[in-house]
Write a new protein. Structure first.
Length: 273
């Protein structure tokens, strides 16, 4: 009987392994195919590097600029982390206030819509004039871009608590903080992390936008300087590093959810299945 159970369980283990391998191999093969096509097209049609550099030329330029890259990456990371951290510290408490009070919601939502309907590239120079050319203005731009999606996701999660659970908590006469800590916040965790994943990606965009306007270091600054001197391969390389930075930071948020809130990930997988 035990042998039969092991034989039955084996395909399931192989199936899980194959699904995991597919999740890794398919993106890698797709990316590799794209790079090969890109490299071949550049050489086949004789495209000049200042128009469209080949991946090999981009890599060569990144290696040549290697000693200057860590400082620029660190400058961009600092802006991303500060903007993202500020958005978390402000968005989640504000979401609790909005979800708890219709008056706060009516007062705050119009202001939020005004700030989000205005292109950030238009606000950034004004912020530089008001706040100066230092780290504060760059952090503010990253914060403003990352803040809104996290706020909306958190509010949605807090308001998505099943009605019967809310009625039960009222019957048990739980306090506001007990209701928030034991019922609403745990139920909102998947929504909060959905907002965090969007916010960390937008923080990278906000950091680059701010560095386009005012910076003396950073990957956005590296892009503006390299394009000013028609060093397009280096600009492409900086874009690649920005993409890699965004992917790594996104992965850290996903890993945090899986480590500290595994039940949230499992519930989401069950809903998809």
């Amino acid at each position: 009987m035990d042998t039969m159970e092991r034989l039955i369980a084996q395909p399931s283990s192989l199936g899980r392994f194959w699904r995991t391998a597919q999740g890794i191999l398919i993106p890698v093969c797709s990316l590799g195919s794209l790079l090969l096509l890109w490299e071949g097209a550049v050489h086949l049609f004789g495209i000049r590097p200042f128009l469209l550099p080949a991946p090999s030329r981009i890599l060569q330029e990144l290696v040549a600029t290697g000693p200057h890259l860590p400082g620029n990456i660190a400058a961009t990371l600092l802006t991303v982390v500060l903007g993202f951290g500020t958005s978390v510290l402000i968005a989640i408490p504000l979401a609790v206030a909005i979800a708890s009070s219709p008056v706060v919601a009516r007062a705050v939502y119009p202001l939020l819509l005004i700030t989000q309907s205005t292109p950030m590239i238009a606000i950034a120079p004004i912020l530089v004039v008001i706040m100066g050319t230092g780290q504060l203005s760059r952090t503010t731009v990253a914060f403003l871009i990352a803040f809104f999606p996290l706020l909306i996701s958190t509010v949605t999660g807090l308001l998505a608590t099943p009605r019967e659970v809310v009625d039960l908590s009222r019957m048990m006469r739980t306090s506001f903080f007990q209701d928030l800590w034991m019922i609403r916040l745990p139920g909102a965790v998947p929504f909060i992390f959905a907002g965090l994943k969007v916010a960390i990606s937008l923080s990278v965009i906000g950091a680059v936008v701010s560095e386009f306007v005012t910076a003396n270091a950073g990957l956005g600054y590296l892009i503006t300087q390299s394009t000013a001197f028609f060093n397009v391969p280096l600009a492409f390389g900086a874009v690649v590093l920005l993409s890699a930075t965004g992917v790594v930071l996104f992965g850290l948020v996903v890993l945090t959810e899986r480590v500290f809130f595994p039940w949230s990930v499992e519930n989401d997988r069950i809903r998809r299945d």
